[in-house]
Design a protein around this ligand. Structure first.
Ligand SMILES: Nc1ncnc2c1ncn2[C@@H]1O[C@H](COP(=O)(O)OP(=O)(O)OP(=O)(O)O)[C@@H](O)[C@H]1O
Ligand SMILES: [Mg+2]
Length: 259
């Protein structure tokens, strides 16, 4: 039997007269990397903002491992184990890569008092080193985050999500703005992470989507147009229609269908 890590039922979010997410139904299966694709403005990021509690839903509900998390505050949802990265990158530019991870780890543990025990510091150091290896940034540990390449910032952001013990990781366009080499490195990391953590990824790069996703959901106008395997999605007539006007992606979907 397959277990759902996340179930979304009738989720709705309106901004004035605009319905950004419209009675969205979606099920994310544990252990399967789930990609969400769809045109600009389809409501993908809004969906993440609803799941992570940044926005309050106007209707519907979100179940995480069977628990209704609708209406919980962002910090409560984070504490439960749902972590995310932002479409717009947010790291502390003056701090080093390792310090960014250190600060995030301590914030997660609620270690805010100035006199920490030596053993907790030791555990944090080990965890920082482990995370640096996970994201492949060990050699840049002491570089100021503000001086990193775009791709390395994105990896650091993933590291900051990882070091706070996620059970479900929401990645919003992690390869956006990356060079092909950076994209391929990031894709490799995400594939490895997906072996131990449930991951949902919003991604525009169809090549990346078809390489890493076990399941794909296509969102259009705030709705779930269709969910299925990469083969099912690439062969779906409605998906091609939704992508009309984006010739590059249309070609890719076409190629994938005949592969
Ligand atoms: N805070 C907000 N206030 C008003 N409108 C918003 C807000 N956030 C999103 N929207 C609108 O909701 C719709 C969905 O936006 P959203 O950012 O979720 O799309 P998206 O699928 O992530 O698009 P993209 O691929 O460009 O990132 C858009 O029309 C957007 O302008
Ligand atoms: Mg978005």
């Amino acid at each position: 039997m397959t277990e759902s890590v996340l179930i979304v039922e009738g989720l709705t979010k309106r901004f004035g007269g605009l319905t950004a997410v419209n009675k969205l139904n979606l099920s994310i299966t544990s252990g399967r990397l789930h990609a969400i694709i769809g045109p600009n403005g389809a409501g993908k990021t809004t969906f993440f903002n609803l799941v992570s509690g940044l926005y309050t839903a106007d209707g519907g509900r979100v179940l995480f491992k069977g628990r209704n998390i609708t209406g919980l505050k962002p910090y409560e949802i984070s504490r439960i184990g749902i972590k995310r990265t932002m479409q717009i990158k947010s790291v502390f530019p003056q701090l080093s890569v390792a310090e960014n991870l250190w600060v995030t780890r301590n914030a997660t543990n609620g270690v805010l008092h100035p006199f920490r025990s030596a053993s907790s510091d030791h555990a944090t150091r080990e965890r920082v080193e482990f995370t640096l290896e996970q994201i492949g940034l060990t050699s840049l540990a002491h570089r100021a985050a503000g001086t990193l390449s775009y791709g390395d910032v994105a990896l650091l952001e993933i590291g900051m999500a990882l070091i706070s013990d996620p059970q479900l990781l929401l990645l919003d366009e992690p390869t956006c703005g990356m060079s092909p080499a950076e994209t391929s490195r990031t894709v490799d990391k995400i594939k490895i992470l997906a072996q131990t953590i449930d991951i949902v990824i919003i991604e525009h790069d169809m090549e990346v989507v078809f390489e890493i996703a076990d399941d794909i959901t296509v969102m259009t106008q705030g709705e779930n147009l269709v969910s299925g395997s990469p083969a099912e999605i690439s062969g779906d007539e409605r998906v091609r229609e939704a992508y009309l006007g984006r010739p590059e992606d249309e070609d890719y979907v076409e190629e994938a269908a005949h592969a």
